[in-house]
Design a protein around this ligand. Structure first.
Ligand SMILES: [Zn+2]
Length: 85
């Protein structure tokens, strides 16, 4: 297949398969902790951000689930389009 992380992440986002369950604290941006659910074709993945570290239940190095959640929570992300300004 050879889809890159950004393409896969954007597919998840476009298809509405990324749900942020918890993000906080309060008005902090980007949030210091995040829990989110990403629904894939064959499984559902749980993405967490805590203590400055991202993790995903898929345990892939180039994880498109983490990248998708990073994008919607304002964190630096491989899913974000490279800046052209
Ligand atoms: Zn993952």
């Amino acid at each position: 297949m050879g889809m890159d992380v950004r393409s896969q992440s954007c597919d998840y986002l476009r298809d509405g398969n990324v749900v942020v369950c918890t993000a906080g604290p309060g008005n902090f941006e980007p949030p210091e902790y995040v829990r989110a659910r990403v629904t894939g074709r064959s499984a559902t993945y749980l993405v967490r951000f805590n203590g400055g570290c991202w993790s995903c239940t898929c345990k892939d190095v180039d994880c498109p689930h983490v990248a998708a959640v990073q994008m919607v929570t304002g964190h630096p992300s491989l899913a974000r389009k490279a800046a052209t300004r």
